[in-house]
Write a protein that binds this ligand. Structure first.
Ligand code: OFO
Length: 164
């Protein structure tokens, strides 16, 4: 049985995953209106993935006899100065999520909740991948120094990440 304090914190994480999904969907919309077709598709796919992260937590809570609660979710930011700012924002966001997952893992170990610790391992690995991905996109944008033809090249790369 999962302790109540862990249920509360897993539920907070579930709602944070929903926020992440909305954030990336809003970024997809911004990219689309700024003619960055590949980036728009990429962020839409990120949004779908974040929804699946939410569903994993939802199922874990249900399967362990708990009742997930969906809170009201803050609106994500909608105005961004550039694609670089969006990717930087995403990178910082993922670093924040990684910290939350690490805290949950510490809590699981601390309370000898090995089942939850095992469940969270997937998220630890996923966060590692996501941080790496956003950092590498950011590096490429910095490399082209926001030159329009360079940005087109980055946009095409994002389109391919989406299709791989
Ligand atoms: Fe990328 O955040 Fe979900 O876990």
């Amino acid at each position: 049985m999962i302790k109540q304090e862990m249920v509360v914190n897993l539920n907070k994480q579930l709602n944070l995953e929903l926020f992440s999904s909305n954030l990336y969907l809003q970024m997809s919309s911004w990219c689309n209106s700024n003619k960055l077709e590949g980036s728009s598709k990429f962020f839409k796919q990120q949004s779908i993935e974040e929804t699946s992260h939410m569903h994993r937590l939802f199922d874990y809570l249900i399967d362990s006899g708990n009742t997930p609660k969906i809170s009201s979710i803050d609106s994500p930011p909608e105005h961004f100065p550039s694609l670089k700012e969006i990717v930087q924002f995403s990178y910082e966001h993922e670093k924040m999520i990684s910290k939350k997952i690490k805290n949950l893992s510490f809590q699981a170990i601390d309370t000898k909740d090995y089942l939850t610790f095992h469940f969270l391992k997937w998220y630890v690995e996923e966060q590692c991948e996501e941080e790496k991905m956003f950092k590498s996109i950011l590096d490429r944008i910095e490399l082209v120094n926001e030159d329009p033809s360079g940005l087109y090249f980055v946009d095409q790369i994002l389109k391919k990440i989406n299709n791989s």
